[in-house]
Design a protein around this ligand. Structure first.
Ligand code: ATP
Ligand code: MG
Length: 147
C-alpha cells in the first residue's frame, strides 16, 4: 500500500486535536520532499494514534504536542514529542512490555498495552522505534522506515 504521508498525517492531526485537552495543541510539520511512501496504512495509523493519545494523556493542559514527519532519499521518519510527565529512567527498559505502567502515572488510567502493540506493528512493517524521555520534561518517540 502507498500513502501520501503529509495528507495522511494532517488528517490524523485533525482527528486527534478533537480529543486533546483544553489548549493542548497538536502541531504538525513536514520536512523534505512530499511524496507517497510504502506502508500498511491501518497499522501505521494505529501506531501514530497510540503515540499521540499517550502524548495527550501524559501531558497537561496548555502544552504543545509536536508531530513531525520527514522524508529523505532512503527513509521516512515520524516523530511525536510531548512536554509531559516523562518516563523514569530506571523504568524505561520495560517500556514495550505488555501491561507495563510507570510509577509516575498516578491516577491516569491505562492498561499498558498500547506501546506493546505499537512495537509489534512496527516490527511487522520492518520499521524501528526509538524514544528519549526525561521525567517531568517530556518524551519523544521516533518511527523510522525505509522508503
Ligand atoms: P493503554 O493500553 O490504554 O495505551 P497505557 O497508556 O498505560 O495504556 P502504553 O501506551 O503501553 O499504556 O504505555 C505504557 C506506559 O508507558 C504508560 O503507562 C506510561 O507509564 C508510559 N508512557 C507511555 N507514553 C508516555 C508518554 N508520552 N509520556 C509519559 N509516559 C508515557
Ligand atoms: Mg497508551
Amino acid at each position: 500500500e502507498e500513502v501520501d504521508l503529509v495528507k495522511f498525517s494532517e488528517e490524523i492531526t485533525e482527528e486527534l486535536q478533537m480529543v486533546a485537552k483544553q489548549n493542548q495543541s497538536i502541531i504538525y510539520q513536514h520536512t523534505g520532499t512530499k511524496r507517497m511512501v510504502k506502508t500498511d496504512i491501518n497499522l501505521l495509523k494505529n501506531c501514530i494514534i497510540n503515540l499521540i493519545a499517550n502524548a495527550i494523556k501524559y501531558s497537561g493542559e496548555n502544552t504543545f504536542i509536536e508531530f513531525n514527519t520527514e522524508i529523505t532519499d532512503t527513509n521516512y521518519y515520524i516523530t511525536i514529542k510531548d512536554n509531559g510527565i516523562g518516563i523514569p529512567v530506571s523504568e524505561q527498559k520495560h517500556l514495550f512490555e505488555a501491561f507495563f505502567r510507570a510509577h509516575n502515572t498516578g491516577s491516569i488510567p491505562g492498561t499498558g498495552l498500547g506501546l506493546n502493540i505499537v512495537d509489534r506493528y512496527i516490527k511487522l512493517m520492518f520499521g524501528r522505534i526509538e524514544f528519549k524521555s526525561e521525567e517531568n520534561k517530556g518524551t519523544t518517540f521516533t518511527l523510522i522506515f525505509d522508503i
